[in-house]
Every structure is written in C-alpha cells, then in structure tokens.
Design a protein around this ligand. Sequence first.
Ligand code: SAM
Length: 499
Amino acid sequence: MIEKERGFQRGEEVVVEITGVTDRGLGRAEIEALVGPQKEHAVYEIFVRKAIPGDTVRVCFEHVRRRRCTGYYVELIEASPLRIEPRCPHFGQRHISGQGCGGCTYQTMRYRHQLAIKERRIKDHFKEAGLDTGLVLPLKAMEEPWHYRNKMEFSFGDTADREFALGMHPTGYSYEIVNLDTCLLPSPFAADFVPKLRQWAVERELRPFLKSSREGFLRMLTIREGQRTGERMVELCTTASETATMNSREVPSKEIAEDFRRFALHTAEELGESITTIYWTEKYVKKGETTQWIEHHLDGNEVLSEELHLPGERVLRFDIHPRAFFQPNTMGAEVLYREVIERAGLTKAGDRQVILDLYCGTGTIGMCVAPFAKQVFGIEMQRDAVENARQNAEFNGIDNIEFFAGNVGDVLESEEFCKRCGEVDLVIVDPPRSGLQRDAIGELLEMGAPRIVYVSCNPSTLADNLADLCEGGYDLEVVQPIDLFPQTYHVECVAVLQL
Ligand SMILES: C[S@@+](CC[C@H](N)C(=O)[O-])C[C@H]1O[C@@H](n2cnc3c(N)ncnc32)[C@H](O)[C@@H]1O
C-alpha cells in the first residue's frame, strides 16, 4: 500500500505489475493507496497499453478518471515470461516513432498464450454473470494466425511529427497515424501496396484529410480480397470536392482519381499481381446532413466476388459492393458458420424448420442454414445490407429466405411479421458488440423458440444476455469460442440455448 497526498495525475509515472487484461486487450493492474490527509483507502485500476500479464512496467498516465488510470509504459522493468519479440516492426509503443500501430494487441505473446488469455476473459465474464464456466469449450484456434484478413482500411493523415502518413491509428489516438511499411494481417500484396501509394501521394504533393482541421483530400485506402476467388478490390476514398491540389496546382478531383487508377494497375503489375475492381469514392460530410459515399467505378468488375465453402461441398458466392459488410476473415467465417450449423443441430437437409436469422447483415448465416429450413426470415437494420442480402440469395438460387429491414425488436413485434412467420423452431442471433437490446430479449422470451444459437463478438454482453435468457426460462447448453482474429483482442463465441 502506498501513501499519496492526492490522487494520480496525468503525466505521472508509477511502477506496476500487470496481473490481467481488459476486454480491449490493455494490461490491467491495481494499486492500493491511502490518499490525502484523511488517509482515505482507495483502489486504483491501472490500464497499460501493450503490456501483458507478468510484465512489471513503469507506466505514464495519459488519462485519469477518478480511480481509473490509463497509460503507456515508458520502461519494461521486468518482462513477462510469456513475452516474445513481435513479428511486425510497427507493433509497440505509441511514443516510439514508427511503432505503436493500433491494429494488433497481442503480438508479444505466443499464439497459444493469446488463446489462453481470451478463453480466461470469456470465463471471467461468465462467472460474473453467474453462468456455469464449465460450459465454455476450449477456444478453436485459426490454422493460419497471420495474413488472414480479407479487408483492410488504411487512413491518410499526419504522423505525431506532422509528416504525411498512410497507415493505422495508434490505439486510443484518432488524430494521428503510424506510417506502415508492412502489415502481417492482410495478404503481402496489401502490405506492399500501402508504402507505394504513400509515395505516389507524396510525389504529387496531395494533401491528407486531417481530422483536426477537417481539411485535406485523401481519406482512406481500402483493400478487399477474395481469399477463395483471388479477386481484389482497391478503393481510394477522398473528400467530396470538385477540385484538389496536386503538384501545387488546383486540378479536377477526377484527374487525380484517373492518375490513381493508372498507378494502382501499374503497381499491381509490378508486384506480379492483379486488381479486379477499382473505385474512387467521395465521402460527403456536412453538419446536419446524412453522410454520403459517392462511388465512382473506375476499372474492372463492379463488385468483388467471394465464396464460402461449407459442409457437404456447398459453395455460396457473394457479390460484395464497396460498402457491403462481409466477415473480414473468409476461412474464419467458414469455421464459424459450420459451427453454427452443427450447434444448431441442423444435420439433415430439408429439416423443414422455420429459422430466424436476426441481425443478419448481408444474410450469410441465413443462407448457410437455408437447406435445412422450410423458411428462413432475416432481419437487419441497414437497408443496403438487406438489398445486398436479397441479391446474394437470388444469385445463390436460395428461394426459401425472406429479409425484413428494421430494428429487430420492432420487426419481431409487428403484426405483418408475426403473421408471415408463425411458429419458429430456431432463432440465430448475431448482434453488434453492444449485444441484444432489452426489447429484443423481451420478444425472444415471448416467442419461446425451442432453440437459440447466439453468435457474439463480445463476451461481456454475451454473458449478460445469456444470463437474462436463462432467467427467462432457457438453459445454456454449451459455448464454443472461435478465434477469428489472431493477434488482436477480438474473439467470437457460438452459444446454444434450449428451452
Ligand atoms: C455482427 S453483424 C452481423 C452480420 C451477419 N450476421 C454476418 O455474419 O455477416 C451485426 C448486424 O446487426 C445490425 N444491427 C445492429 N443493430 C440492429 C438492430 N437494432 N436491429 C437490426 N439490425 C441491427 C448491423 O447493421 C449489423 O449488420
């Protein structure tokens, strides 16, 4: 226990031993202190970026809110026995120039230790929610924990030293960018393309969009790749403006876009690869108006095609538009969807069940389970995604799936939906990180489907929602965690509930 005249302040340094990790992958420690003249007993929670359990570090605080202090370490006093050298040169501390990329969290741990940490976090949440941790199965690992992402978004901006940058934000810093010369999460092509595009922009004196001044032209580079099809989409996103500065001259923006198109094709050829789709997208942002993405198709196919390979040699094909959501790890998505099919007990094609796919996005889960169903109903808030889902279902020749656009809770209680859907045999939910809303939980309990399969990307909200559903009469059968995103703190779970 330490004594302090007053609470911790921003900029203050202190030595701590890291004993755990948070949901966002920050190292966690606790300090007990007697504070002020009254010697009031206080327990401070300390969160340290890029520190892992077993590390003893000197942390410098960047944010202090009451008894929660967050910072980065300025000295690694004793390294955790779990520590290994990160493979990527950009992984590290934000205050070390060129390092501190916010993309990965756990590169300083062997993959098996990353899995153990994620599994423990899930169990901690289940324990807190009063659930049986024995129902959580060992985390399924990815066969290939590197180069697994099919989509990467890189931002233009400034480095901390005010230099032109194209890369990723350091964790917790939305105004600055770490220049990336490589990245081990997407394909080598994507990693090689980034520094070449930066050089293209610097040579032409193009200006990056800066969040601080809200001025500048270049915003984002998105690269999407069909890991099953070999197709590749490259999208340059800029500010919406008729003209922009290039080589100290004001030129029409579409001239710059055309220059980008030629550059992208030439670079791909130089790298011995190809690009099948090129877009230039203007992002129109105005206070009080809805943000718009104005897409200009510059070259190749209008969409990226990707496939999902499922049990029974089924192949689903998806047309992915620049704004459409698709699981960012194709091989991981296949593992996840196979798990959903198995855990839902869908073994025989033509099981004649009525299945709901709630929070369905572009309808991938619904389409995977469609052969086992009499009818599938998907519900999704985003109208574009619903439109995309309908097209994908048609494209794959699936005619027993119907999509409804709207908030899950509202659609479930609507007369139109209830009449159309009737008795439900199985509900699959895949909500965003915030989990199921109260109204959706209420509707699910009222509906009383015999089986619910809950796909979650956030163990904390999953545990809370499962506890509510169990209180409402369901029994939790099993939870299968799957590591879709190695090197990061993210983890997916498939939980099965039975009435
Ligand atoms: C984790 S994604 C699921 C995507 C999809 N199941 C898949 O595997 O591709 C969650 C989806 O829920 C949608 N969503 C979020 N809140 C919603 C709500 N209240 N009602 C309906 N959909 C919602 C989001 O737009 C997003 O597409």
